[in-house]
Design a protein around this ligand. Structure first.
Ligand SMILES: [Zn+2]
Length: 148
């Protein structure tokens, strides 16, 4: 494992927060577990090209994961609304607070982000009456058909 120290040091420098450091530590532990104590005690004898290749592969995967996490916190413009990419990728978001249906369809995530309801409810209750909706108006329970 001694041979890894300079590499790990560089990665640590490029990581920003505690979460990242924890992730690195977890990878270090996983590697130690996989290759055993020999890798730590006598790296030259046991650390062959194959192991190094796999180690580098894990580093690459970590970097990709890192990028994905970063992308998830970015926001994208959808129909003039800033929606978190994380929200768009996540599905189903959950049930619609208005009709209690689970939201899975395209458009639900956007309606949910903007109006806190599914796309069906948006079409039924919000569209062309956005001001009323945003002012807090909600349909009576008796008016909501959940079987449609
Ligand atoms: Zn709904």
């Amino acid at each position: 494992m001694l041979v890894l120290q300079p590499v790990m040091g560089l990665i640590r420098l490029s990581m920003k927060n505690e979460k990242d450091l924890n992730r690195i530590a977890a990878i270090e532990r996983a590697i130690a577990k996989k290759y055993g104590k020999e890798a730590i005690q006598n790296p030259r004898a046991n650390w062959d090209e194959e192991k190094e290749k796999e180690y580098l592969k894990q580093l690459k995967e970590l970097a990709q994961k890192e990028r994905r996490t970063q992308e998830a916190s970015e926001k994208v413009l959808v129909n003039g609304v800033l929606v978190s990419k994380k929200l768009l990728n996540k599905e189903p978001i959950g049930s619609c607070p208005v009709c209690n249906k689970y939201t899975r369809k395209v458009g639900d995530d956007i309606a949910m982000a903007k109006y806190d309801c599914c796309n069906d409810c948006y079409i039924k209750w919000v569209e062309h009456r956005e001001e009323r909706w945003l002012g807090g108006w909600r349909p009576n329970e008796g008016n909501i058909k959940t079987d449609s």
